[in-house]
Design a protein around this ligand. Structure first.
Ligand SMILES: Cc1cc2nc3c(=O)[nH]c(=O)nc-3n(C[C@H](O)[C@H](O)[C@H](O)COP(=O)(O)OP(=O)(O)OC[C@H]3O[C@@H](n4cnc5c(N)ncnc54)[C@H](O)[C@@H]3O)c2cc1C
Length: 394
């Protein structure tokens, strides 16, 4: 059976669902989203949901602020428990990282981010389970927040559906081909013909784009998080990132905590990866708790899991048209912080797809058109840092 659409979005993580939502607000024609699993079955449903403007790229800050606004609105009426504004703290005891923190505070202030230095005493008030006597540099932003990413994706789905977007879940999607001015994509028994295809398949984007005949330099990688029950339950505190161990901790419901660490610097396969958290990860958390968060020393792991994210050679996402391809676009390569940027990034891509903005200007540092040369294989690089460039120290 054949059907047609103007826009076909491949993937229903937070990027694909946000894109469907923003496109559908622009009256651009028929929109279909296909997803072989369920909404948020990929990295989105496994993410910690931290939103912070403590970023190293101006475009990222603007986009994150826009996402944040959207998530407040989406949650306000029906899902208030999926959003909490708790602030965000970064700390280091490494003298070499101190000037980097200082430069970050100045830079962020110039970009309109409310952020301040924090003393060990202030830190102890903000995060009573921590120990901060040895801290040499710290910054605090009171406006940052946490969300439940799968709930946000669900809100986008429901709102887009109300505007007429069609979603196909749980059906295998084959890569497809471009013929006679249309993309042909097989979704189970359905043959879909679409004017424009947008790949929003997270870590699967690499193999999907290969299958479509238009590879992009992407390296999927695994990262982990755990839910723990501390001995003393704390309803809230700012999310805290220890720059030295790369461990972050944020409050969860019922006084529990959610902790994670950073990039695993080897390529992972989203079809075949260890989805449970491993012992080394839990031991790393325990070590960080021992030295930095003694109040969480005895915290009991409730569950630990992993997800696969997608990294790029220069640590900026790929958003926009794929060079050399007809009517093929992407929104991927979020380098491990796609929840905080998806809403704003998708709004910008929808604007470009609706011919309402210059792609390079609208998509900024994430514009896929920046890729003019062949990029060889590269290891995943830490996504969430204070420094820019492709070799950040902190
Ligand atoms: C442990 C962990 C913690 C994280 N914490 C944070 C955080 O605190 N803050 C933050 O901003 N980010 C965080 N992230 C990163 C964030 O989860 C991702 O950047 C974001 O979810 C990417 O969204 P996405 O929609 O691009 O990809 P995904 O959510 O992975 O969605 C891609 C979808 O594409 C589907 N798909 C696969 N193959 C096909 C196909 N052939 N056709 C169509 N669809 C297909 C998949 O089933 C999947 O549902 C974290 C990630 C992990 C794993």
């Amino acid at each position: 059976m054949g059907e047609s659409a103007d826009f076909l979005v491949l993937g229903a993580g937070i990027a694909g669902t946000a894109l469907a939502y923003h496109l559908s607000a622009r009256s651009v024609g028929a929109i279909v989203v296909v997803e072989p699993r369920t909404p948020a079955a990929g990295a989105t449903g496994r993410a910690a949901g931290v939103i912070t403007e403590q970023l190293w790229d101006r475009w990222d800050v603007d986009v994150t602020r826009e996402s944040h606004r959207q998530y407040v609105e989406l949650c306000a009426s029906t899902q208030p428990e999926a959003y909490r504004q708790n602030g965000f703290v970064r700390v280091t005891r490494n003298p070499e990282a101190v000037p980097v923190v200082e430069a970050a505070v100045e830079r962020l202030r110039a970009w309109g981010v409310r952020v301040s230095f924090a003393t060990p005493t202030e830190l102890a008030n903000l995060v009573p389970d921590g120990s901060f006597g040895d801290i040499l540099g710290a910054m605090y932003g009171p406006d940052d927040a946490c969300v439940t990413p799968s709930t946000i994706a669900g809100c986008y789905v429901e709102a887009a559906r109300r505007r007429g977007v069609r979603f196909e879940f749980g059906t295998p999607v084959e890569p497809g081909r471009y013929r006679d001015g249309r993309w042909e994509v097989r979704v189970g028994a359905l043959e879909l013909r679409a004017r424009t295809v947008i790949v929003a398949a997270g870590a699967w984007s690499k193999s999907l784009l290969n299958g479509l005949g238009h590879p992009l330099p992407l390296t999927p990688y695994r990262t982990q998080a755990a839910l723990l029950r501390p001995e003393v339950l704390r309803p809230t505190f700012p999310t805290i990132h220890d720059i030295d161990t790369d461990v972050y901790v944020r409050p969860e419901e019922n006084g529990r905590i959610l902790a994670g660490d950073g990039t695993e610097k080897v390529e992972a396969d989203p079809e075949r990866f260890a989805s449970q958290g491993d012992q080394e990860f839990l031991a790393h958390l325990a070590g960080a708790f021992e030295s930095r968060f003694p109040g969480w020393r005895g915290a009991e792991p409730v569950s630990a899991w992993a997800g696969v994210c997608s990294s790029t050679h220069d640590r900026h996402p790929f958003i926009g048209a794929v060079r050399g391809a007809e009517e093929l676009h992407v929104i991927t390569g979020f380098n491990g912080f796609g929840v905080m940027r998806a809403g704003g990034a998708a709004a910008r891509l929808a604007k470009v797809l609706a011919d309402d903005g210059d792609a390079a200007a609208t998509l900024g540092s994430a514009w896929s058109g920046r890729l003019t040369e062949t990029v060889g294989a590269f290891p995943p690089r830490p996504g969430f840092t204070l420094e820019g460039g492709d070799q950040p120290r902190f």
